[in-house]
Design a protein around this ligand. Structure first.
Ligand code: DCT
Ligand code: MG
Length: 411
């Protein structure tokens, strides 16, 4: 089987010699003696991963098994299935036979059995069993509900789940222990569960730009996150703010947010100040950040249905003319802007997204290049030096990777 199309069209930069230690999770793929397999790009940041791909059924099945593995606490199996799914997202054609994945990194062993069964029988028995199992269903529903609350990360959801909390009503019992963020998340839960559309994101952008530019007219504001990767909807809208003159950024976020608040555009906000002493190796982000819930005015003023005819006056409450939308505003100094842009464009590693470009990029930097990458910069651990960058392209070049556009980072 000729897999040169894979290494040529998707491998970015020099193909890696993959050592078994890189093949976490799926031991069968690490022991192949096939030279072609050893030259398959190993990290997702070495492959172009589009938003839409050709093998949805199989990728969905592998991601169900990945999620189930994570619910059982098996990170190795979780990573094995996630990596197989991630490799298949890059294929430029629809698979017809399991033979076609024979030489692909991470697609052997257990994952191959799943792929084969789906191609031959349209369903995989194991996936169907998992999907219907009580454990998976209750974990999935419970986690989706809990992690769907603004201010609740994986760790909190996990702790609550262990404490027997499964639903929003269970949270009444611990109401006194909820943070302000979580209370706001619960208050606007229904709206925040609705996806944010691109049109809504663009209207948030106008609000945000208007507020910031009223203080600093030439401030740079970029929409990041999933929308920058080409998604048409997301769970929030992310923005990165910078200016060549770092002094222009001092106090800007607080002033702009207070201004928006005074206009009634903000339902909740929490500003985390800039942290100067985050560890170089840390994946934590020390940028000044505002985590907010906006009251986004509706696009068109509400029209009463069937204007002209008399309607029974059942509900006297005035129609709501806004929707609660989650917004993250991040301020990066100009010198760190490109690193912040790369970090905040994602995709990130987080259930239920199961996307992992950022994680892979950082893993590649550390394991292959011995460099520590985060949203502030790139640090060479052996040479003990920083690599400045004025664009995302330069960061990829520092890492010896071919450039991937944001829409190719949907790993
Ligand atoms: N990010 C980060 N540090 C954080 C939070 C997020 O570096 N503390 C990065 C990872 C992805 C990006 O910012 C945007 O995060 P999300 O909005 O959670 O992801 P998304 O891809 O935009 O997903 P969605 O479309 O659902 O908003
Ligand atoms: Mg987002």
């Amino acid at each position: 089987l000729d897999i040169s199309w894979f290494t040529e069209s998707m491998s970015l930069g020099k193909p890696l010699k993959v050592e078994p230690r890189h093949c976490l999770g799926d031991s069968s793929s690490s022991v192949s003696s096939d030279k072609a397999t050893q030259e398959t790009p190993s990290y997702a940041c070495q492959r172009r991963t589009p938003l839409h791909h050709h093998n949805k059924e199989i990728v969905d099945a592998l991601q169900i098994l990945a999620l189930s593995a994570s619910f059982q606490g098996s990170e190795a199996r979780y990573l094995g299935f996630t990596r197989a799914a991630s490799v298949l997202k890059c294929l430029p054609f629809t698979l017809q036979s399991a033979e076609e994945v024979k030489d692909l990194q991470f697609c052997g062993g257990h994952s191959k059995t799943v792929i084969q069964e789906i191609l031959e029988d349209r369903v995989c028995r194991e996936v169907e069993m998992v999907k219907n199992s009580e454990h998976y269903q209750s974990m999935k529903v419970g986690f989706k509900v809990l992690t769907g609350i603004f201010g609740v990360g994986i760790r909190t959801a996990d702790k609550w789940y262990r404490d027997g909390i499964r639903s929003l009503s269970d949270l009444n019992e611990i109401e006194g222990k909820l943070t302000g963020e979580q209370k706001a998340g619960l208050l606007h839960y229904t709206d925040l569960q609705q996806p944010v559309t691109r049109d809504e994101a663009e209207r948030v952008e106008q609000l945000v730009k208007g507020a910031l530019q009223s203080f600093v007219p030439d401030v740079q504001v970029t929409m990041t996150g999933g929308f920058r990767r080409g998604k048409q909807e997301g769970h929030d809208v992310d923005f990165l703010i910078t200016h060549p003159n770092e002094e222009a950024l001092n106090g800007l976020l607080r002033k702009a947010v207070a201004w928006l608040d005074s206009k009634g555009s903000i339902l909740y906000h929490h500003i985390k100040g800039r942290s100067h002493n985050f560890a170089r190796s840390s994946t934590m982000d020390g940028h000044e950040t505002c985590y907010a819930i906006f009251a986004l005015p509706n696009a068109c003023p509400e029209k009463s249905p069937d204007a002209g005819t008399i309607q029974p006056d059942l509900d006297k409450s005035p129609p709501r003319n806004w929707k609660a939308v989650r917004v993250d505003l991040v301020v990066a100094p100009y010198s760190e802007y490109s690193y912040a842009l790369l970090g905040w464009t994602g995709s990130k590693f987080f259930y239920p997204l199961l996307q992992h470009f950022e994680r892979e990029l950082r893993r590649f930097s550390l394991q292959v290049k011995k460099m520590s990458l985060n949203s502030h910069g790139l640090f060479d651990i052996e040479k003990k030096c920083h690599y400045p960058a004025t664009s995302e392209e330069e960061i990829f070049a520092h890492l010896g990777l071919l450039y991937l556009t944001p829409s190719e980072r949907n790993a």
